[in-house]
Structures are given as C-alpha cells and as structure tokens.
Ligand binder design. Sequence first.
Ligand SMILES: [Zn+2]
Length: 278
Amino acid sequence: MISIMRFNTLVLFITLLLSIPVSHALPQHSPVPGGVAIVDLKYDGDSRPEVSYRGNPVMVHQGESGWQAIVGIPLSASPGQAKIKVRTNPRNYSIKFVINDKQYAEQRLTIKNKRMVNPTAEDLKRIRKEVKIIRKAFKNWNDSFAIPAGFAQPTKGIRSSSFGLRRFFNDQPRRPHSGMDIAAPEGQAVIAPADGKVITIGDYFFNGRTVFIDHGQGLVSMFCHLSDIDVVEGQEVSVGETVAKVGMTGRVTGPHLHWTVSLNNSRVDPELFMQATE
Ligand SMILES: [Zn+2]
C-alpha cells in the first residue's frame, strides 16, 4: 500500500510527464558538404517564413528563440560562405552561413556484372529516363507534415558509415555514395523511419526496386535494392510500418538496405537524423 504522500508525488510526476510537449527533434548541426546546417533566421514572428537555398525551398522550425532553417548541404557544395534567402512579411533578406570542409574516404568495389559499371547504349537510355523520375521525387515539397521527432532505424543491422565515400567501381571513378548502407539479410522488413507518404515506387537500373517516402518540408527517404515493396504510390505510412523487404536488386555486391535521406533536394548523411536532438 502506498502512502498518500507517495501517491501525490506519483500524480505530480505523471502530470509533469504529460505536460511535456511532443518535441520536434532537429537533426544534428553539421555544416559540411553532405551535412545539415541549422541557421537562426533572426525572426520571431507568428507567420511561417519562406526560406530557399540554391533555388529549393527549405525546412523551417519555430524554436523558443525564434525561427530556424534546417538546411541540407549537397556533397558537391564547396566549403566557404553560403547564403539562404528568407521571405517574411514584410521583410525579404538573406543570411550567410559557413560550410566547413570535410574529406570523405575512398572506397573501391568490384562489380562482377560489367554492365552495371559500363552500361550499354540501351541501358543508358533507360538510366536517363530513371534519373529524371528520381530527381523529381527528391524535389517533392509538402508542408502539411510536422518535422519528424527523429528517425527510427529503417531495418535491423549495423549502420555503416558509408555516406559520402568517394567511389571507384572496378577502378573507375563514379559519383560519391549519397546514402547509408545497412547490412541485412534478404527479406528482412524495412520500416518507415518516420511518418510520411509514398511519393513513388520503381525498379531502376542502378537502384533496383525502390521506394520514396516524403516526410514533409523537403525531407525525403529513398530505399533501394529491395526484394519486395509492400506499399503503393500515394499511401500514407506511419513510423514503424513495414514498407518493403531488404534485397539485392540493382548494382550491389550483396544484400543490404541503401537509405538515402534528402533535404531541400540535397542528399545528406542519414546518421545526423538518427542522433536527433531538440
Ligand atoms: Zn548504398
């Protein structure tokens, strides 16, 4: 039997717990190519400011000391000063921030299927078509979602620090690795890392079976090399819901999940969202 005193303390504790607002977790501030910059907008008005970077709309968040922009920085960005444009009512202005240098390591992979390294003319035709679809999916913008409270790991397994690696396939230089690879067996469930809506699904030359999920405000997840897809275009998904199965379709050396996170059309390190802090 618990005393009145202890019961009151318990009630107080529960009341305190319930009164904590649901926090929108922000990704880690890491202003490097392939990272995320959290920039104070020096604006604390009620209406949501419109922010753009390199012509793409940018995620914003109303913090305790005013609005902030959460800016994805592409891997191709040069270190040095960068600029975002801010539109508030009635003021339009720009804010500078600094992109720090980051050297990513090299990775050399051997691909047995030579077509995956040097595609045929017909393959190239298909690839060009797919690149357009993929680029369009990353440009998706939907501001009806709240910023996710961090990302859940989309499948069980070791999260390799493979983001940003400068890649060589069969000794030929190719684009840097713009996602995170999670080693996992074929058929293992892939879940939605946050609430969202399926933008599109497809089966692409390099990426294999693929699902795109829009998490709102320019934050998009892409899952590749899947064996099966359990969702359809336009479907709303909740965090933790199974969307697909791990596979080895497309250009792979073995079964794994490739997860790209794109913010304002910039591919950024998913790890920054795994250690999300307010
Ligand atoms: Zn990958």
